[in-house]
Write a protein that binds this ligand. Structure first.
Ligand code: NAP
Length: 408
């Protein structure tokens, strides 16, 4: 990907991983990114995907679209996890090959490895033992994705690679009360406790399990690095190499959020796997190193944590929003999401948040009058339903334009 005008399709660009990859590529000066939201292009629809590839003819593809979730979601929707992921990856990988994509990257996850794999987990541990039953549906789909890349490489000499990231976190994470991973779930609980003035937060388990976390900006860096430097049959692990106990993590999140109450451990509840660490020496040997410390990463994540999730997720089912607003706005019924989030404009956005919010609410009110497809939020705001409204606001600091995406 030496040519900065290369046509790159990032599938799943609104997600935690996809959005970080877009930020990284834009920061590096790539100008020809092809982006389609789930709403615009459902990747489970074979005909639509084939048509899209036939028209757009991307040169590179990064596949970060997937149905993703924690243990609860995996347990509740096993059919969705296996079928949606198999469909997305089969459609995207096959259409990429047929349409002459030069290189594709498939993103999997550390859950592909056997439940009792030796720690730290090396790439060769794949398919050497039974999977963790709670997420085997998702894992089986991801393993099929790795194998599909390998099969296309073997049969067609096509440059298809796979990256297996460890637990990720960062801006644009999923803070859903049931479907989120441990780190955003802790952050949300501490934040809510702080806002409500609660005296304590109870966390399940003993806090002793060891986990590895990687900031999503580091992953995005590894993705671009691997697209440029790695071309091989085997998949590659990506982790920070640093382990923390859940207790240490919870204490750090509590501190970053500023919750001053007590952290109580309910050790009658199960702990889960005692240790999960990836061996990322294969990528390290190519020259890649992570840069973001856990503390800095948590501060960044909290700064970007949405305050509107009560309404957005619980009432309408929107999985994530991006901006953390002042606490006084926690119950408004409109979410505001920076659409093009480079650091400069994000800083500006934060400084001008109140002005932006006023304009956004006004705009939403006007739209709600124009469009009849409306819902009535719990707090009395009329917001348009199933409508993505874009407003362009002049970015005063650098005379660019700022796009806001109002999600109803
Ligand atoms: N998060 C982690 O800790 C982690 C760790 C290791 C690996 N990974 C891997 O990284 C990849 C991305 O994960 P993520 O955390 O970024 O997930 P995410 O935040 O849920 O993002 C996934 C994206 O895929 C889109 N998508 C889902 N179904 C789609 C469909 N049928 N058509 C088009 N788009 C669709 C989603 O759009 P909607 O939201 O609109 O549905 C969303 O934008 C996954 O392959 C995952 O296995 C993640």
């Amino acid at each position: 990907m030496e040519d900065k005008s290369a046509k790159i399709f990032i599938a799943g660009h609104n997600g935690l991983v996809g959005s970080a990859i877009v930020r990284k590529l834009r920061n590096l000066g790539f100008t020809n990114l092809i982006l389609r939201s789930h709403h615009e292009l459902d990747l489970t629809r074979q005909f639509d995907v084939e048509t899209f590839f036939d028209i757009e003819k991307p040169q590179f593809v990064i596949l970060a679209a997937a149905k993703v979730g924690g243990i609860h979601a995996n347990n509740t929707y096993p059919a969705d996890f296996i079928s949606i992921n198999l469909q997305i990856q089969t459609n995207v990988i096959h259409s990429s090959y047929i349409n002459g994509v030069k290189k594709i990257m498939f993103l999997g996850s550390s859950c592909i490895y056997p439940k009792l794999a030796e720690q730290p987990i090396v790439e060769e541990a794949l398919l050497t033992g039974p999977l963790e039953p709670t997420n085997e549906w998702y894992a089986i789909a991801k393993i099929a994705g790795i194998k599909m890349c390998q099969a296309y490489r073997l049969q067609y000499k096509w440059d298809a690679i796979s990256l297996m990231p460890t637990n990720l976190y960062g801006a644009n994470d999923n803070f859903h009360p049931e479907n989120s991973h441990v780190l955003p779930a802790l952050m949300r609980r501490f934040h809510e406790a702080k806002v409500k003035g609660a005296k304590e937060v109870v966390v399940w388990g003993s806090g002793s399990p060891l986990r590895e976390f990687l900031h999503v900006d580091d992953l995005a860096d590894a993705v671009v690095f691997s697209m440029e430097k790695y071309s091989g049959l085997g998949h590659v692990n990506v982790g920070s190499g640093l382990e923390v106990t859940i207790k240490e993590l919870a204490e750090l999140v509590k501190e970053v959020v500023g919750f001053e109450g007590e952290l109580v451990w309910d050790s009658t509840k199960p702990d889960g796997t005692p240790r999960k660490l990836m061996d990322s020496s294969k990528l390290a040997a190519l020259g890649w190193v992570p840069k973001v410390s856990l503390r800095d990463g948590l501060v960044d994540t909290y700064r970007c944590m949405p305050c509107f999730f009560h309404f957005a997720e619980d009432k309408i089912g929107i999985p994530k929003v991006y901006v953390k607003a002042p606490e006084s706005y926690t119950s408004y019924g409109v979410c505001v999401v920076p659409y093009a989030a480079d650091i400069k404009s994000y800083e500006w956005f934060k400084q001008n948040f109140e002005w932006v919010l006023c304009n956004t609410l006004l705009f939403a009110e006007i739209l709600s009058v124009i469009f009849h497809n409306m819902i009535h939020s719990a707090r009395g705001f009329y917001v348009p339903c199933h409508l993505y409204a874009f407003i362009a606001l002049p970015l005063l600091s650098n005379k660019k334009w700022w796009y806001l995406n109002i999600i109803d």
